[in-house]
Design a protein around this ligand. Structure first.
Ligand SMILES: [Fe+2]
Ligand SMILES: [Fe+2]
Length: 244
């Protein structure tokens, strides 16, 4: 076990809160336990992290920003902790609380999952711009094909977020939960606009209406992507490398 200084942001005060903690390196991850030596209440730094997961870690030799995530495989990690530091089993025995286990993911890495999401958004933004530019001009069949391709890619992207990325983030970063709910609701709005566009493209009957719906979709997506990037990029960068 090594000693670190963890700086969190006070959930109520907004002030910096420094605390010395024992941390363990397990499977290449830096792990801490909110034990408070087995007291009945969670330590203040754990409450702070539930409100704001962005922390600073000082190890004695270096200092870096990190995202403090609630470990998804808590029981396995806690068993590892206890194996190395049996004192934690005693702390656990003193309280009815399930001692929370946290992983401190450092942020100073290159090309991570969050950056990759931004690249996907940029591709979708460019494709939508292109489609809007081509509305009503050129070969309608090719337009239809490209438009359906765009809609399929967008649906796939949002389905991945709804079923995998957002639940994973909400579990590990409770502070993000309200924003993730809002993002999920926006996906529903976007899906409805896509449905309408698909129908209009199919029917080829009302180009003016199609343009209006395209403008709506573009503006909904602009807002959505911007909000999403503000909300989740850091957390995703902390958690996972970009897919190959
Ligand atoms: Fe999204
Ligand atoms: Fe997205």
């Amino acid at each position: 076990m090594s000693l670190i200084v963890l700086t969190t942001t006070g959930a109520r005060t907004g002030r910096k809160h420094r605390v010395s903690l024992g941390a363990l390196h397990i499977d290449g991850q830096l792990v801490v336990v909110a034990s408070a030596m087995g007291s009945p209440k969670h330590p203040a730094w754990y409450h702070n992290i539930r409100h704001n997961p962005l922390v600073t870690v000082e190890t004695g030799t270096e200092e870096y920003e990190a995202m403090a995530a609630i470990a998804p495989d808590r029981d396995r990690l806690f068993a590892e902790v206890v194996e190395r530091e049996p004192g934690f089993a005693e702390y656990q025995a003193r309280t009815t609380r399930v001692l929370p286990v946290l992983v401190l993911h450092r942020l100073d890495r290159v090309r991570r999952m969050g950056d990759w999401i931004v690249e996907v958004h940029d591709w979708l933004r460019a494709e939508l711009r292109e489609l809007r530019g081509r509305l009503g001009s050129g070969d309608p069949l090719r337009f239809e094909e490209r438009c359906l391709g765009f809609c399929a890619a967008l649906t796939r992207h949002h389905t991945g977020e709804d079923t995998a990325i957002f639940p994973m983030l909400a579990k590990q970063f409770p502070a993000l939960a309200p924003a993730l709910t809002k993002l999920g609701e926006e996906h529903v709005v976007v899906a409805r606009l896509q449905e309408e566009i698909r129908r209009l493209v199919d029917e080829e009957s009302d180009p003016a209406r199609l343009r209006t719906e395209f403008d709506r979709l573009a503006s909904a997506l602009d807002t959505h992507f911007a909000y999403e990037e503000n909300t989740i990029v850091k957390a995703l960068n902390a958690l996972a490398p970009a897919p190959g």
